[in-house]
Ligand binder design. Structure first.
Ligand code: ATP
Ligand code: MG
Length: 392
């Protein structure tokens, strides 16, 4: 064949072969993606079968170990009431079990088949526990009166209970901080715990109510036990209005449960030694909706308002945060103080942070008054709910 003829047919044949190859390639890809799909569906079926098994298996019975007997048995108190003598399955083994453990019994209630995580573990996660917080009184701007009250009502009785004993008076049992958000309530409590060298245990009322439905009362009891174990300690119940609102309606079952939690809390406070080494501080943004029962003498009977900072307070807070950053040129303090009326400590901190961001944006190494002015506009806008540009 001449070159000319090859030119005529060659490419055509080649194209056919290429098309076929392409086709095979596409089909192969389809096969492998279908195989993957089959694999995925198989896994899904497996998962459903497991779920089905779980759904059909009988429920286990929760119990608490009272005593471990020598012959592979144990005495437990089942959640339904009576004490039972049950077998310990070999998978668990006698040695691992100790009185107080939470366990699951098989459905007949005759053997321990699982050790359940201690409820305290789950609970501890819900709480913030800090051995000795780092915040000090020097980190707080303004709030001198509030600090003084807390020192007298919390720090002093923890550090020197004998002073109270000698004179024969009891310090307040529990202190309630109230005021708008971001004004330093949490900070104050941490600083007191720092100064008193105490463990800070913070529990958020709304979480207690939402995440542990049906367990609030028990968890409240455990909270106080934990505080005793870690004493000296300060129990800080944040958003206490979530468990102590007078608007609760006892005819709604969820709210009945919240009330049980409140009852337990009151019982714990009532049975409390005001000169012991555990102190209770509550905090709320809504004093107006609190159940008066919680404010009765012998309970949260020392109220401390933590209001928005006044002029002097704003100046102190601004100075605290401006001290931490690099400044260039003059800062018009009087202007900043007068144009931040109505802002909280948290807002003022954000103002300074935002000014720093402004400086970074324009490639500067220090913050000037103009950065602060722009930040002021930003924080004000945000306060009013107009969304601006966020952080970079
Ligand atoms: N008086 C203050 N001095 C210095 N910083 C403050 C002050 N008040 C608030 N801040 C800053 O604002 C942040 C939030 O304050 P904090 O958590 O103490 O407010 P809060 O009153 O507990 O608010 P909430 O009611 O929302 O819990 C603090 O971490 C701190 O950075
Ligand atoms: Mg707080």
């Amino acid at each position: 064949m001449s070159d000319k003829a090859l030119d005529d047919f060659g490419p055509l044949e080649g194209e056919n072969a290429q098309d076929e190859e392409k086709e095979v390639g596409i089909l192969k890809e389809q096969v492998s993606s279908l195989k993957e799909e089959v694999e995925r569906l198989r896994e899904y079926i497996n998962q459903l079968e497991q779920d089905k098994e779980k759904a059909l298996s009988p429920p286990l019975i929760e119990a608490v170990v009272m005593d471990v007997l020598p012959n592979g048995r144990a005495v437990v108190k089942s959640s339904s009431g009576p004490n039972l003598v049950v077998y310990i399955t070999s998978a668990i083994g006698q040695n691992k079990l100790k009185p107080g453990d939470r366990v699951a019994l098989n459905q007949r209630g005759s053997a321990i088949v699982e050790i359940l995580p201690r409820s305290e573990d789950a609970f501890v996660k819900l709480m913030e526990v800090v051995e000795r917080p780092k915040v000090t009184y020097a980190d707080i701007g303004g709030l001198q009166v509030q600090m003084q009250l807390l020192r007298e009502a919390v720090e002093l009785p923890l550090k020197k209970p004998e002073l109270f004993r000698e004179i024969g008076i009891e310090p307040p049992k529990a202190v309630l901080l109230y005021g708008p958000p971001g004004c330093g309530k949490t900070m104050l409590v941490k600083a007191v715990a720092h100064e008193a060298d105490a463990t800070f245990i913070r529990l958020v009322g709304s979480e207690l109510v939402q995440k542990f439905v049906g367990e609030g009362a028990r968890l409240t009891r455990e909270l106080f036990e934990l505080a005793k174990k870690k004493s000296p300690s300060i129990i800080f119940i944040d958003e206490i209005d979530a468990v102590a609102s007078k608007r609760l309606d006892a005819s709604v079952s969820g709210e009945r449960e919240v009330q049980r939690t409140l009852m337990q809390l009151l019982a714990e406070i009532d049975g409390f030694d005001p000169l012991g080494d555990v102190k209770i501080i509550g905090a709320t943004n809504r004093l107006d909706i609190l159940d008066p029962a919680i404010l009765r003498p012998g309970r949260f009977d020392r109220l401390v308002e933590v209001p928005l900072p006044d002029k002097a307070g704003r100046e102190e807070i601004l100075k605290l945060y401006l001290k931490k950053i690099k400044l260039s040129g003059e800062v018009d303090m009087a202007y900043l103080v007068s144009s931040t009326e109505g802002m909280s400590g948290a807002d003022l901190k954000e103002l300074v942070t935002e000014a720093g961001m402004n400086a970074i944006r324009r490639g500067a190494k220090a913050v000037n008054m103009n950065d602060l002015k722009e930040a002021l506009a930003f924080v004000r806008k945000k306060e009013k709910g107009i969304s601006g540009v966020g952080y970079l």
